[in-house]
Design a protein around this ligand. Structure first.
Ligand code: HQG
Length: 182
């Protein structure tokens, strides 16, 4: 990704996950917005954006952060939302036995006390592989990977969903479902 692509990706994360209203955008409850409307609002707000640039960012996004609808007309963020205007009706899905959550060492005491919380986002985010979890944790400091007993949680009635890009989503994860590290 070029510097321009990274800048646009961050801009898209901001308006498609957190603050659509900051550029006068309205997302539907599934998080979708017309690409033409997005481009118009972005340009109006001084952010250079074209169909070509948007397509390049979507295609080169390492985490497949953005999903384009099948008809090519609309776009949404796959996951990571905090805006209350979006409430994606995910289909419940049985998770694998373990899922991983990457976090920073400095959050561990609080996690031991309260379990994993979604923070400002709608869900706690989990990945199927440890490598991804390390990269996620690194954003906040020295990373540590927590192994979550996902299937056991699901068996006990906790709901799991998988976002368009494969990231797993759930609500609070109580400490009893975090596998002690050896
Ligand atoms: C931590 C990225 C203290 C949690 C990633 C995390 C993901 C606690 C931070 C997606 C806690 C929240 C989401 C507790 C959890 N006490 N800290 N009780 N419970 N935390 O960014 O999961 O690159 O909101 O461990 O790839 O890091 O943006 O969530 O460190 O998929 O596309 O509180 O965002 O995607 O941080 O990341 P975040 P996350 P993008």
């Amino acid at each position: 990704m070029s510097g321009q692509h990274v800048e646009i990706s961050k801009f898209l994360s901001l308006v498609l996950r957190h603050k659509p209203e900051s550029i006068g955008l309205t997302l539907d409850t599934e998080g979708w917005v017309d690409i033409d409307v997005l481009i118009a609002c972005a340009n109006q707000a001084g952010q250079i954006l074209t169909r070509q640039l948007l397509q390049e960012v979507v295609e080169t996004s390492d985490k497949k952060r953005f999903t384009v609808s099948e008809d090519g007309l609309r776009i949404r963020a796959a996951q990571g939302h905090s805006t209350e205007s979006v409430a994606i009706a995910h289909v419940e899905k049985q998770p694998p036995e373990f899922l991983y959550h990457g976090t920073a060492m400095r959050f561990l005491d609080s996690i031991r006390e309260k379990g994993l919380l979604p923070g400002s986002r709608h869900y706690v985010h989990l990945s199927e592989d440890e490598q991804t979890a390390i990269a996620v944790g690194q954003r906040y400091g020295k990373p540590i990977v927590l192994k979550v007993k996902a299937l056991l949680m699901a068996e006990q009635g906790f709901k799991f969903y998988q976002a368009d890009n494969g990231v797993w989503l759930t609500g609070n994860v109580s400490i009893e479902f975090i596998q002690p590290s050896d």
